[in-house]
Design a protein around this ligand. Structure first.
Ligand code: AMP
Ligand code: MG
Length: 359
């Protein structure tokens, strides 16, 4: 990286993480203050030394990320929490024991060693121990704590394949470790343990019920459930329109059922017919169960409705596919808001700018 506007292209090394020497090369780049994109079980992350303010600044520059949007610090051993955070509560320890390594990010009060450049100016720090072999090996080999947001350009869907990282960041970062498709496909659950009542700031694979089974009552940040734009989300990143495809996305929903009823299918087919007749390129986001019911040239399958995990793992890749196909209008079915469905709907609603057509 040569300047903070990334106008000068750099030569990005791209290697499979299993290739001999790849992890060592990545670790060396991180030690030298450079940036490496790496696979985790949620999405690909863009890593730099979390305790080096210049490395954090490079992450913001490479992504075009607003500098008030803090980075998550990735660790490979629980002992690291006590180096980075103050006031680690008993409940937080129970969560670490139950869900790490895994897709849960915990917010703590930060220690002085963590620079404000990494926390977007906040006095708290977000910490997570990923469960992907490549991430753990790279963090251990570097001997560092790794600040890593998702490895996409700001505003684009998070990357679930190395190809997505290449699309967005080739020539802007030092290295990409290719680990193939990620497992989960949406970002970690974030829970704030720095305040009296544990609060979910971002829904994810680890659900409210799963957290409550371990530590009792957990709140959900009001800004996530209430459409009032004057309520600011506590995770600064949640206020930005994220994940948005270039085409206009609308969710078509039957208020009586989260399943795609006949009314939803009819409405989507009507909208497709109208927009196609006007000369636009149109796509439908659906699941295997319903794919035959639509008449559209571009039917994109998110997996199987009954299995939230297959839907989560396909969502971002399908939004990117809409861009690659040059789609103008995208119509999506909605999903059950329970458990993992809640996290999927959170991402889908953000991608749609909350455009919901009800039938
Ligand atoms: P990403 O790494 O792209 O998944 O984004 C990280 C998310 O974590 C963003 O939504 C941030 O706003 C949020 N985050 C990171 N650190 C903190 C913190 N200290 N307090 C609240 N939210 C945080
Ligand atoms: Mg992100």
């Amino acid at each position: 990286m040569t300047n903070d506007k990334c106008t000068n292209k750099i030569n990005t090394i791209i290697k499979a993480y299993s290739e001999e020497g790849a992890i060592e090369t990545a670790a060396k780049i991180l030690q030298d203050g450079g940036l490496v994109a790496f696979p985790t079980e949620t999405v690909y992350g863009l890593g730099g030394n979390a305790l080096n303010p210049e490395a954090s600044a490079k992450i913001y520059a490479a992504k075009g990320r607003p500098s008030d949007n803090p980075l998550i610090v990735h660790i490979a051993d629980t002992s690291a929490v006590y180096e980075l955070a103050e006031d680690v509560s008993e409940k937080a320890v129970y969560l670490m024991e139950a869900f790490w390594p895994g897709p849960l990010t915990i917010i703590f009060n930060k220690k002085e060693v963590v620079p404000y450049e990494t926390t977007g100016g906040l006095s708290t720090v977000a910490i997570r121990m990923p469960s992907h072999d490549a991430a753990l090996k790279m963090i251990r080999e570097s001997g560092l704590y790794i600040a890593a947001p998702s490895a996409n350009l700001s505003g684009r869907p998070s990357p679930t394949l190395a190809e997505h990282v290449i699309e967005d960041l080739n020539g802007r970062i030092d290295m990409i470790l290719d680990g193939g498709p990620v497992g989960i496909g949406i970002e970690s659950t974030i829970v704030d343990m720095s305040t009296e009542t544990p609060t979910i700031l971002r829904p994810g694979y680890i659900t409210k019920n799963m957290l409550e089974n371990i530590i009792g009552h957990v709140e959900i940040d009001k800004a996530l459930t209430c459409p009032d734009p004057s309520i600011r989300p506590k995770a600064p990143g949640m206020k930005y329109t994220h994940y948005a495809p270039k085409g206009s996305l609308a969710i078509v929903e039957d208020l009586n059922t989260p399943l795609a009823s006949q009314a939803v299918i009819d409405k989507i087919n009507n909208l497709v017919r109208e927009k196609t007749a006007e000369g636009f390129k149109v796509a439908v986001l659906t699941t295997k169960d319903n794919s035959e019911k639509y008449k559209c040239d571009n039917i994109l399958l998110l997996g199987e409705k009954a299995e939230g995990t297959t839907v989560a793992s396909h969502l971002y890749a399908k939004l990117r596919e809409c861009d690659a196909l040059g789609i103008d209008f995208i119509y999506s079915e909605s999903f059950n808001r329970d458990e993992l469905g809640g996290a999927i709907m959170n991402r889908l609603l953000k991608a749609a700018g909350h455009c919901v057509i009800t039938v």
